[in-house]
Design a protein around this ligand. Structure first.
Ligand SMILES: Cc1cc2nc3c(=O)[nH]c(=O)nc-3n(C[C@H](O)[C@H](O)[C@H](O)COP(=O)(O)OP(=O)(O)OC[C@H]3O[C@@H](n4cnc5c(N)ncnc54)[C@H](O)[C@@H]3O)c2cc1C
Length: 435
C-alpha cells in the first residue's frame, strides 16, 4: 500500500523528526522474543513504542522450549527472575547421544554466561517477555494482524503499516518500523526482502509426552536417529519440562538430501518407536499434536535494514546454524536493534539518523557474521551422512574434543578466555563476514 504521508517541518520524505500524525516513535510488528526485547529496550531508552501482535497471549509457539546459558543471560539482562520458585526448570548441560555412546557435557564455566540453562514452555515465556516490555512502558496491541507496509509515495520508504483488527482495518504510522514477525515475515516480503536460498534453513517438529524423564537435569541431543539398524535422517532432542512431560522433537537441515521428501510426523514416530518403553513416548502419552515449523539460520534474510524497516530475530534469519537455537539470538538482535534506533532517533538531521540506522547490519555482522560463516560450512558438512557418521564416531570417544565442540556449537566463550575460547573466537574472526 502506498499513500500520502503528511509532511513535517523539516522533511517530507518519511525520515526526520516525529510527525504529528504518527502513532508512536517506533512500531514493532510481532511480540515474540525478538519483538518484546526490542520494545523493552526502546521503552527503556525513553521512546514511545507500539507493539502489534496478531495473536492474544497466552499463545502457543512451536519450539523445543530450551534455553542455553546464552538465553539465560538475555533474560537476566531484562530483569526477569529466573529462579526455580518462579517456575523455571534449570539444566546443567547437554547430554549428547551418538555413535552408540552418551556423553554428559556440563555448560562451560565462563564469566560472560551463567553455568546453567533453562526450560520453559513458550506459552509462558513469550507472555512474560511481552508483559516485561509493557511494564517498561511499551504499548502492546494484541489481536492486530499487520497486512502490509504503508510506503511513502515518493521515496518508497516505509512510513507505517496497514492492519486488520476486531473493529476493522486501519493504519499505524511511525518513523521507524521493526519486523519481528518471525520466520515468514510477511512484512519483510512485502518490502521485497525474501529468504535467501544460499543460506541454511531447518525444519523441525515437536510434541509433548507424559514421561518419567520430565525432570531430566540435562538437555538431551541425539546426533543420529535409528530405526533398528537403519539410519534415519535428522537430529533429535528430548527436553524435560519439569511438569510431568517431555518436549520431544527432531529436525533436518536443507543441506540434507531428505529435506524436502520427508514425512516429518512419521519420522518422529519411527524414531520414538525404538525408545525404551519405560520412557513412555507412546501415542497414549502424547499430550499435544505434533507440530512443525521452519528455523531460518545464518542470516537467511538480508539486508537487515532497508528503507526504514529493521529486521530482528527469525524475520532476519538469526537462528544459530550449529544448534538451532533462536530465542537468544532473537533477544540479542532485539537489543542491538533498539540501541541503534535510540541513537538514530536522537540525531537532529535526517542524514545522520539514516547513517546510524544503516549501521545496524554492520553491528549484526560484527556480532555474528564470522561465526555464522563457519556455521554455513558446518551445515554443508553435516548434510553428508558419511562425513557426519565419521565425525560423530571420532568425536564421541574424545570427551575433551566434545567439550570444545559444545563451546563452538552453543557459541559460549569468553573474550580472551582459555585456549578453546580463543580458538572458537579466532575461527569466527578469521571467517569472512557473509555478504
Ligand atoms: C520445532 C522448533 C524447535 C525450536 N526449539 C528451540 C529451542 O529449544 N531453543 C531456542 O532457542 N530456539 C528454538 N527454536 C527457534 C525459536 O523458536 C525461534 O528462533 C524464536 O521463536 C524466534 O523468535 P522471534 O521473536 O524472532 O519470532 P517468533 O517467536 O516467531 O515471534 C513472531 C511473533 O510475530 C507475530 N506475528 C507474525 N506475523 C504477524 C503479523 N502479520 N502481524 C502481527 N503479528 C505477527 C507472531 O504471532 C509471533 O508472536 C525452535 C524452532 C522450531 C521451529
Amino acid at each position: 500500500m502506498t499513500e500520502h504521508v503528511p509532511p513535517v517541518t523539516q522533511t517530507s520524505d518519511g525520515t526526520g523528526p516525529r510527525r504529528q500524525a504518527d502513532d508512536a516513535d517506533v512500531i514493532v510488528v510481532g511480540a515474540g522474543p525478538a519483538g518484546s526485547t526490542t520494545a523493552y529496550y526502546l521503552a527503556q531508552a525513553g521512546l514511545d513504542v507500539l507493539m502489534l501482535e496478531k495473536s492474544t497471549f497466552p499463545r502457543e509457539k512451536v519450539c523445543g522450549d530450551g534455553l542455553t546459558p546464552r538465553g539465560v543471560r538475555a533474560l537476566v539482562a531484562m530483569g526477569i527472575s529466573v529462579s526455580e520458585q518462579d517456575g523455571w526448570v534449570r539444566n546443567k548441560g547437554l547430554r549428547v547421544i551418538g555413535a552408540g555412546k552418551r556423553l554428559e557435557l556440563p555448560w562451560p564455566e565462563l564469566s560472560s554466561y551463567p553455568g546453567y540453562g533453562l526450560v520453559r514452555p513458550r506459552t509462558d515465556l513469550d507472555q512474560m517477555l511481552a508483559r516485561r516490555a509493557e511494564k517498561a512502558g511499551a504499548r502492546l496491541l494484541e489481536g492486530v494482524t499487520v497486512t502490509g507496509p504503508v510506503r511513502h509515495d515518493r521515496t518508497g520508504r516505509i512510513a507505517g503499516v496497514a492492519a486488520k483488527q476486531a473493529d476493522g482495518e486501519r493504519t499505524y504510522r511511525a518513523r521507524v518500523i521493526v519486523a519481528a514477525d518471525g520466520n515468514s515475515s510477511r512484512l519483510s516480503v512485502a518490502m521485497g526482502l525474501r529468504k535467501r536460498d544460499d543460506r541454511p534453513l531447518g525444519v523441525a517438529v515437536r510434541t509433548y509426552y507424559q514421561s518419567p524423564r520430565h525432570d531430566d537435569d540435562y538437555l538431551e541431543s541425539w546426533l543420529d536417529l535409528w530405526d533398528g539398524d537403519r539410519l534415519l535422517p535428522g537430529y533429535g532432542w528430548i527436553f524435560g519440562m519439569g511438569d510431568g512431560t517431555s518436549n520431544v522433537g527432531l529436525g533436518l537441515l536443507n543441506t540434507s538430501a531428505a529435506f524436502r521428501n520427508t514425512d516429518y510426523h512419521a519420522l518422529l514416530r519411527t524414531w520414538l518407536a525404538g525408545m525404551p518403553a519405560e520412557w513412555g513416548f507412546t501415542e497414549e502419552n502424547r499430550t499435544q499434536p505434533i507440530r512443525g515449523a521452519a528455523l531460518p539460520m545464518g542470516f537467511n534474510r538480508t539486508p537487515h535494514y532497508y528503507q526504514g524497516l529493521l529486521l530482528a530475530g527469525d524475520a532476519g534469519g538469526m537462528v544459530n546454524p550449529f544448534n538451532g537455537e533462536g530465542i537468544a539470538y532473537a533477544m540479542e538482535s532485539g537489543e542491538i536493534l533498539a540501541r541503534t534506533i535510540a541513537q538514530a532517533l536522537a540525531r537532529a538531521r535526517r542524514t545522520e539518523t539514516e547513517r546510524v540506522l544503516a549501521g545496524y547490519p554492520r553491528a549484526l555482522a560484527e556480532a555474528y557474521g564470522g561465526y555464522y560463516s563457519v556455521g554455513r560450512v558446518f551445515v554443508k558438512a553435516i548434510g553428508r551422512p558419511e562425513l557426519m557418521r565419521f565425525a560423530t564416531k571420532h568425536a564421541m570417544s574424545r570427551p575433551a574434543l566434545m567439550r570444545f565442540a559444545l563451546k563452538l556449537l552453543a557459541n559460549l566463550t569468553d573474550p580472551g578466555g582459555d585456549a578453546s575460547d580463543r580458538l572458537v573466537n579466532g575461527l569466527s574472526k578469521l571467517a569472512p563476514n557473509p555478504k
